[in-house]
Structure formats: C-alpha cells, structure tokens
Design a protein around this ligand. Structure first.
Ligand SMILES: [Zn+2]
Length: 129
C-alpha cells in the first residue's frame, strides 16, 4: 500500500500527537508508525488536543508531587527521631528542614521531569475558545 508522506514543517497545520511533529498536509506521521495527523485548523480538534495536553501535564505534576510528599515525609520522620534522641528542644527541626526541602525538590523535579506543552496553543494567531 503506497502512502504519501506529508512534508514536515514547524509551522504546519497538521499535528502528530505521538511526536508533536507538524506537517503541511494531512496523512500519517512517518516517525510514529502511521499515527494519523490532527488538523490544528479545526478549532474543535485543536481544543481537544490542548485539553489532552493539559491533562498529560497535570498527571505528570501529580506524580511528581506524590513522590515529593512521600520522600519529604520519610526525611521528616527520620529527622524527628534524630532530633528527639538529641534534645526535645529540637522538635521543630523536621519542619524547619522538611518544608524548604520539599519545596526545593518539587521545583527541581518539575524543572527536570515535568511535561512541557507540546500542542501549540495558537494556530494562525487563533486560540480555540
Ligand atoms: Zn509522529
């Protein structure tokens, strides 16, 4: 079966949800095992792609947040044990250390592992509403 491979173009109207590639014509993505290309010029399709994109970003953020909370809680529990074995006055130490640690980890992990938007939010200067 002969398939026409559409031409790649960073400003192209047709979008591959597999690799975020853009193409000039409709058809199937050459890199993603024939993934059908989506038409960004159709506001309804564009809106759906943006909402899937946002969902993907949200789901990744939640996983990162859970990992941060889990790890920080373990560190705080360990610190609490250490602090109490040294001096009961140090009972605030786990919070003093844990909160900045958790916040820093969250920022850092999102920076490195967070999902970035892949679907262009505007096409031809138009954002689907
Ligand atoms: Zn692709």
């Amino acid at each position: 079966m002969a398939t026409d491979t559409p031409t790649r173009d960073p400003q192209g109207r047709f979008f591959c949800d597999g690799c975020a590639g853009r193409f000039t014509d409709h058809g199937r993505c050459d890199a993603c095992d024939g993934e059908p290309l989506m038409d960004l010029g159709d506001p309804e399709i564009h809106r759906m792609l943006i909402s899937l994109d946002e969902q993907r970003i949200r789901e990744r953020d939640q996983k990162i947040l859970f990992a941060v909370i889990f790890f920080t809680a373990l560190v705080m529990i360990a610190l609490l044990g250490i602090a109490l074995s040294i001096d009961v006055e140090l009972i605030g130490l786990p919070i003093t250390v844990g909160i900045p640690l958790g916040m820093g980890l969250h920022i850092g992990l999102r920076w490195f592992f967070g999902e970035k938007p892949r679907v262009p939010r505007t096409y031809n200067n138009r954002t689907p509403s």
